[in-house]
Write a protein that binds this ligand. Structure first.
Ligand SMILES: Cc1cc2nc3c(=O)[nH]c(=O)nc-3n(C[C@H](O)[C@H](O)[C@H](O)COP(=O)(O)O)c2cc1C
Length: 328
């Protein structure tokens, strides 16, 4: 039998499939079902920065210790939502009691840094690692690229000072200089990068003349974006890489490992096919490994990364010249 184990964020996973953050991992029952159906690890549904409790006294204490002029603060901006926090740390603790696979907590970060002290409470609740889902849509016209990009590094630095558990950063591809940005983020001492997040996007209803939600779920045709960037970056980063978006079957899982991924996250495919789909993806992986004489993931991980590929230019080809040029 093939050895499917992998190491991600310093943790040994029984296999590379991670149930990504979603409503499916928002309950202990859901987490337990992921374990029963073969997942190597699970990322809990994110707690959103807006939901995070800011203890009034803690904020005061911290701000005054840092010499901040307290008059500059409007403390009423801080939302006191203790119940949400309690519920989330309860989900972590209870999940940990119920499963033996790693449980990764997730925070959806916007811009403010003040919530970062809260990360420690997720660690104390027993989270094995922390995934920071960080994204600022580059549509704000009053902040420069540098300011926006600096925020990522500042948040990582703050959270790193707060927790000792491994940190993964789940990012988007909306960067003006994506390759170097991924590389620089990987040098910050984080344990892993998740490439890439998928976002809620607007669509239009032309009968009602309304803005509606576009497809919430990805499709298999979304795979090539993360595949390209895992392949380009896998030999160039100083942390683990998890591939995310468009992984709908065992073939996509194999491709991401060939590109160099240490682990692979999947969500939409599990909404569409049920949690049992994890096992069928693993079966495809095992059968393929057997057919190709691979005993471990290390035997083929990164074989088609840009660095190892016999055709590295293929990853940088972006125009369809060959397909449209010269067609008569
Ligand atoms: C219904 C739904 C809820 C999600 N909630 C979260 C979330 O709370 N935090 C997060 O980081 N990602 C969330 N995601 C994004 C997924 O974790 C994942 O990155 C994205 O769906 C791309 O992977 P996929 O192609 O396998 O679906 C959600 C996705 C879906 C479909």
């Amino acid at each position: 039998m093939a050895d499917l184990t992998t190491t991600y964020l310093g943790m040994k996973l029984r296999n590379p499939i991670i149930a990504g953050s979603s409503g499916l991992s928002n309950s202990v029952k859901g987490v337990r079902e992921f374990e029963e159906n073969g997942a190597g690890a699970v990322v809990l549904k994110s707690i959103f920065e807006e939901e995070i409790v800011f203890e009034y006294e803690d904020v005061l204490k911290e701000a005054s210790a840092e010499g901040v002029n307290l008059d500059q603060f409007d403390y009423y901006d801080y939302q006191i939502k203790g119940e949400k926090l309690k519920k989330y740390t309860g989900l972590i603790a209870e999940s940990k009691r119920n499963v033996s696979i790693p449980v990764i907590a997730s925070i959806n970060c916007v811009y403010s840094h003040e919530w970062t002290s809260f990360a420690k409470q997720l660690q104390d609740a027993g989270a094995d690692a922390l995934e920071l889902n960080m994204f600022f849509l580059p549509s704000e016209f009053d902040r420069t690229t540098e300011e926006k990009e600096k925020a990522y590094f500042e948040i990582v630095e703050k959270v790193k000072k707060t927790v000792t558990i491994p940190i993964a950063l789940k990012i988007s591809y909306y960067f003006s200089n994506l390759g170097p940005m991924i590389q620089q983020l990987s040098e910050t001492g984080i344990a892993g990068l998740v490439l890439f997040n998928r976002f809620y996007s607007p669509d239009f209803d032309i009968d009602k003349l309304e803005v509606v939600s576009s497809n919430v779920f990805s499709s298999p045709s979304d795979l090539p974006l993360s595949l390209r960037w895992i392949a380009i970056m896998s030999e160039r980063v100083n942390c683990d890489l998890a591939a995310s978006t468009g992984v709908h079957d065992g073939t996509a899982l194999i491709k991401q490992i060939l590109a160099g991924a240490d682990a692979v996250q999947t969500v939409s495919a599990l909404y569409k096919n049920g949690k049992g789909h994890i096992n069928s993806m693993l079966k495809t992986l095992e059968a393929w490994m057997g057919k190709n004489g691979f005993n471990t993931l290390a035997d083929f991980r990164g074989k088609l990364s840009q660095a190892k590929s016999s055709n590295p230019a293929a990853y940088e080809r972006v125009q369809f010249m060959r397909y449209f040029g010269g067609i008569n």
